[in-house]
Design a protein around this ligand. Structure first.
Ligand code: AMP
Length: 286
């Protein structure tokens, strides 16, 4: 596996790969890799085929962090991440230096104005502008045929689909299912911030969503009752502080009064200063 840090080296590599007609599939990450990320690398390999190139980018993007968030503390494990990517069969790890991606006086960005307003965008103002900007930069630099994003960040996936549609990127966006720990907790780089007590209580997120799924599958359509069910399970953890619980359409992120053919239940919960998110995307069968 090749590793590149410098932008000009990346551009030379991309040009060379393009000249021999090899397709690229991109998996953007912020590092601290776990099985959730690596499952996306597997999907990228399927898409790229044996001849194509799987590119993993690893960059803790400062513009998507708010002033009081964990940018400085975000876990860094480049050597371990490199090994994991290599073992999983990625072809290129693009890991630019912290100040390598933005000019000091950068003044152009990409902003999405509809899907990104609520949920995580509401709790983290400016977050999705940072995401759209860095993803656009990666798309422009790497020019992938396809890119893989996790359903763990469902709103992000919807925003990126909109970005690609509205800016006409010729890139297929693929969503990968949420990978969970044995007890149901969605894997996240931020799980390592949790104390043992918080970690054991963090299971309430997935438990609450599982109960909501069972209720929906059992025919429950009363949104207040579904939300009440989720809130009740979450309140079973004394350490959990609800940031948001939203019931929206998974494609538009607009609030729904009653579940039609599709429903996204998205939750964000603080354990002390650690913010965890999870979601359930439910679609009527058939
Ligand atoms: P991050 O490094 O947190 O920015 O995540 C990079 C990519 O991995 C994003 O597309 C995430 O949605 C995805 N991802 C993170 N955790 C998981 C998970 N548990 N299951 C599936 N995808 C995930």
């Amino acid at each position: 596996m090749k590793q590149i840090q410098q932008l000009d080296e990346l551009q030379d590599w991309v040009q060379q790969e393009t000249s021999v007609g090899r397709r690229r599939v991109l998996v953007p990450t912020m590092g601290g890799l776990h099985e959730g990320h690596l499952s996306l690398v597997d999907i990228a390999r399927q898409q790229a085929g044996k001849e194509g190139r799987v590119v993993v980018s690893l960059f803790v993007n400062p513009t998507q962090f708010g002033p009081n968030e964990d940018l400085g503390a975000y876990p860094k494990s480049l050597e371990k991440d490199r090994q994991l990517c290599e073992e999983r069969g990625a072809d290129l790890l693009f890991a630019p230096e912290a100040d390598g991606m933005y000019a000091a006086d950068a003044s152009v960005g990409v902003s999405e104005g509809r899907l990104s307003r609520g949920l995580c965008g509401g709790s983290r103002p400016g977050h999705f502008d940072g995401v759209c900007t860095i993803v656009s930069k990666l798309f422009n630099l790497i020019q992938p045929r396809a890119a893989v994003f996790g359903e763990k960040d469902y709103q992000q996936l919807a925003v990126i689909r909109r970005l690609v549609r509205d800016l006409n990127y010729p890139i297929k966006i693929i969503g990968g299912p949420i990978v969970r720990e044995d007890d149901g907790l969605a894997m996240s780089t931020r799980n390592q911030y949790l104390s043992p007590e918080e970690r054991s209580q963090a299971v309430v997120l997935s438990m609450a969503l599982l109960q909501a799924r069972q209720a929906l599958d059992g025919g429950e359509r009363d949104m207040l009752r579904i939300r009440g069910l989720v809130e009740r399970v979450l309140s079973g953890s004394p350490l959990a502080r609800l940031d948001y619980l939203e019931t929206v359409h998974p494609d538009t992120m607009q609030a729904v009064e009653e579940p039609g053919d599709a429903l996204l239940i998205a939750v964000a919960v603080f354990f002390d200063s650690t913010r965890l998110i999870d979601n359930l995307c439910w679609r009527e069968e058939g």
